[in-house]
Design a protein around this ligand. Structure first.
Ligand SMILES: Nc1ncnc2c1ncn2[C@@H]1O[C@H](COP(=O)(O)OP(=O)(O)OP(=O)(O)O)[C@@H](O)[C@H]1O
Length: 257
């Protein structure tokens, strides 16, 4: 297996008296989809926000390409090439696809937006991801379907030469056909060499696209396994009980139910 592009070592995070993440180790490999699973409140979103620089960690180490890095805010994460696509997608309905993809980072010559340049870059990115469902990059985002919006948000994340993309439940609100398109897109991101982290509660999605599965249980990393080595039932047991008798994985030491 390739060396991890992102490594977390012993990450702890508390909100006041509530200790949410306990000594988390977590690896993201380039060219792979790693599913981050766990029950409601297990700490998935908190972990992603720590990686994205939204929450400062209390202790622990982050390595990027083998070098220790200090992520103090979203800009630090973006500079490393770490992008997050949140569930609310943060797209502006009244703007078109190009405007959304470049929002806040508009290209310009002498202070003027270079529209043609941006339009071409948006088109190239969507084409490189084999996105064919969006007819024109000048379509207003308000008129896009849920799947198309998800696609635009993901394309926006990878437009910036990103190396790691974290996706927070990208198929949660989608129907069958749109889920299919988004899962295909998630696979293509990995095929392009990105390290992809997929937060999901949907075991079918996880087993379809993930190479590895990292399971959080009550804020502790219960297991990181290769998808091909485990069954749905074993992963559900890891999620709900933090252990798997079949796999010989015990509940994390100090986790209490
Ligand atoms: N800003 C915050 N302040 C205080 N507690 C928080 C904060 N954010 C998260 N928590 C707590 O941290 C724990 C983990 O929450 P988190 O949202 O990370 O879980 P999750 O695994 O993403 O859950 P879900 O699947 O429901 O989204 C929860 O107990 C939650 O209440």
């Amino acid at each position: 297996m390739s060396e991890p592009i992102l490594e977390l070592r012993g990450i702890n995070k508390s909100f006041g008296p509530v200790h949410v993440l306990h000594d988390i180790d977590f690896d993201v490999h380039p060219g792979q989809v790693t599913a981050l699973v766990g029950d409601n409140g297990a700490g998935k979103s908190t972990l992603v926000k720590c990686i994205a620089g939204i929450h400062p960690t209390d202790s622990g180490q982050v390595l990027f390409n083998g070098e220790e890095v200090h992520i103090h805010g979203p800009r630090d994460a973006a500079n490393l090439g770490i992008e997050v696509v949140y569930q609310d997608l943060a797209l502006c309905d009244n703007l078109d696809i190009v405007q959304n993809m470049f929002l806040g980072r508009e290209r310009g010559k002498l202070g003027m937006l270079d529209e043609a340049d941006m339009e071409q870059a948006a088109r190239t990115t969507l084409t490189s991801l084999s996105v064919r469902t969006v007819k024109s990059v000048r379509t207003q985002v308000a008129s896009l379907s849920g799947g198309q919006r998800q696609t635009v948000a993901i394309a926006k994340a990878v437009l910036w030469n990103s190396k790691v993309v974290l996706l927070d439940e990208p198929t949660a609100a989608l129907g069958v056909a749109q889920t299919r398109q988004v899962l295909d897109l998630v696979r293509r991101l990995a095929e392009q060499g990105l390290g992809v982290v997929l937060i999901s509660h949907n075991m079918n999605d996880v087993f379809e696209v993930a190479d590895r599965i990292a399971c959080l249980y009550l804020g502790r990393m219960a297991a990181e396994v290769n998808t091909k080595d485990v069954t749905h039932g074993q992963v559900v047991e890891l999620i709900t009980a933090g252990r798997s008798g079949d796999l010989g994985i015990a509940r994390p030491e100090t986790a209490t139910i």
